[in-house]
Design a protein around this ligand. Structure first.
Ligand code: HEM
Ligand code: HEM
Ligand SMILES: [Fe+2]
Length: 444
């Protein structure tokens, strides 16, 4: 690590780890509720648990992206971050907004719009927070010596993600219009601009870990950005099939969303071919596992499992069932969860000077969490197919079909236990590294 200010990333990574653990707690609460054990219902009703689970997910991923940017941008721009105190202020305000939102959900202070449950007053605080973050990143880039393609793609992704938060803040009385614009945030984030953030971070990691020339790696980035935009923007239509939007969306959404897996396939092929081309054997091999894992698991979770229900004729039956949860888990985990853990794994030894990546725990964390996630995805898939058949084909009552699915939640809980063991090992390892030290700085 060359710049002392990169150390501020540690705080964001620490927050990510803690919130991930908390997210998992709420996952278990819901899994037990689906199994028929909803003992916490009076304290934490299902709606509070699900809002908390999903919003903690978004916050820990965003905190990871912010930490990644604070680590990567000074290194790429060859310039210290313009202000560390302001970055710390931004960190604490992010943490406070997160805590307020979670407390609010438990006191029934929330908006019933999936993923955007944070009430509007808190949205304004989010905007101020993100503006401060972007100011720090963009000014550092501006004052820096270099503006690499990698750093520009990453910054563009972060900037567009902030802009796309705004359509979700407009007030609509009409359910269809509200839903229409909610997807501008949710879909255009995960299947649009977050892919730029992913491309930027992956490129940075591959440059560092494989030793392949920056020129070669950055050429791939253009291809990925191109594929993402061609397919992902109009691909939003796969959420407009049956919400009351005009009929032409069936055609547009079907065609363009079916092309979306190409961007993820591009990302997977990119990472694998750079790995094969690279001659450098970087000592931090486990960071390379997480990096390649991101590219591959995201293709399976987002690309293939997304494709599984994106055609209108299929989505007619699968919409809003556990088939969606099957895809949602592996896509989020593979693309963005693993990505955040990859940059943490790469940067921690550099920030702290300690090489815990050789510890056995680091390997088990990788394998247990991934095997667990495959199990969870399979359990959701089995529940989903059962649900589609019983509820939408046979016409069984909602509650009766829910009871018929209970058994699948045993498998979900067992797999989630494996997953959680891996994550606990990861987070314990993280805190064992200790705080960043100045001795870890490379001499100028
Ligand atoms: C990393 C990228 C992706 C992530 C994180 C992701 C995550 C999710 C999540 C969380 C949902 C549920 C959203 C909600 O109901 O509010 C969802 C829905 C959906 N996703 Fe993805 N997704 C990704 C990529 C894709 C791709 C590439 C495709 C298509 C090829 C796709 C197809 C779908 C479809 C059709 C739905 C709607 C399901 C329904 O009708 O209930 N997704 N996705
Ligand atoms: C290990 C513990 C976990 C358990 C037991 C768990 C369980 C659950 C359950 C039961 C639901 C509600 C499904 C429903 O009734 O609608 C849910 C939703 C969700 N969880 Fe998890 N989860 C866990 C971890 C994760 C992780 C690590 C991620 C992301 C990386 C994640 C992402 C999601 C998403 C995106 C949804 C919304 C799915 C949808 O749109 O249908 N979960 N989870
Ligand atoms: Fe989508």
């Amino acid at each position: 690590m060359k710049y002392k200010s990169q150390q501020v990333a540690w705080w964001f990574f620490a927050l990510s780890g803690v919130l991930l653990l908390l997210q998992i707690v709420y996952g278990f609460i819901m899994a037990f509720a689906h199994l028929g054990y909803d003992g916490l219902h009076d304290l934490i009703p299902f709606n509070a648990a699900t809002a908390t689970h999903k919003n903690l997910l978004v916050v820990w991923i965003l905190s990871g992206f912010m930490g990644a940017a604070y680590f990567i941008i000074p290194d790429e721009a060859e310039h210290e971050l313009i202000s560390v105190p302001l970055a710390k202020l931004q960190f604490w305000s992010l943490a406070i907004v997160g805590v307020l939102a979670v407390i609010g959900f438990h006191l029934n202070w929330w908006e019933g719009r999936k993923f955007l449950e944070i009430p509007r007053p808190l949205d304004y605080l989010v905007v101020v927070n993100v503006l401060l973050f972007l100011y720090l990143i963009i000014m550092t880039l501006w004052k820096g010596k270099k503006r690499t393609t990698t750093s520009l793609v990453l910054t563009m992704g972060l900037l567009f993600a902030a802009l796309l938060y705004l359509p979700g803040m407009i007030w609509f009385d009409n359910q269809t219009t509200d839903s229409f614009f909610r997807w501008w945030v949710v879909h255009l984030w995960v299947e649009g601009v977050w892919e730029l953030i992913m491309g930027g971070i992956l490129a940075y990691l591959l440059i560092k870990l494989t030793g392949v020339d920056r020129e070669v790696i950055e050429k791939w980035l253009y291809v990925i950005v191109g594929l993402t935009f061609i397919s992902g923007i109009l691909g939003t239509g796969h959420h407009y099939y049956y919400i009351g939007a005009p009929k032409y969306w069936l055609m547009i959404g079907g065609i363009f969303s079916a092309m979306e897996p190409l961007a993820f396939l591009g990302m997977a092929l990119f990472a694998i071919s750079m790995y094969r081309k690279g001659e450098k054997r970087h000592p931090n091999q486990i960071a390379l596992y997480w990096t390649l894992g991101t590219a591959i698991v995201s293709f399976v979770g987002a690309g293939l499992l997304g494709m599984a229900h994106t055609l209108p004729a299929v989505n007619l039956y699968t919409h809003g069932t556990f088939v969606t949860a099957m895809h949602g888990h592996m896509a989020f985990w593979g693309a963005y969860g693993m990505l955040v853990l990859a940059i943490i794994t790469y940067s921690m030894p550099l920030m702290t000077g300690r090489k815990l990546y050789n510890a056995p725990g680091a390997n088990y964390a990788f394998w247990l969490s991934n095997i667990g996630m495959v199990g969870m995805t399979t359990a959701f898939a089995a529940a989903g197919v059962t649900q589609v058949y019983l509820e939408r084909k046979v016409g069984m009552d909602f509650i009766d079909s829910q009871q018929a699915m209970e058994v699948h939640f045993l498998v979900l809980i067992a797999s989630a236990a494996l997953f959680t063991t891996g994550i606990v090992m990861f987070v314990v390892n993280f805190f064992k590294y200790g705080r960043p030290t100045d001795e870890a700085l490379e001499p100028a």
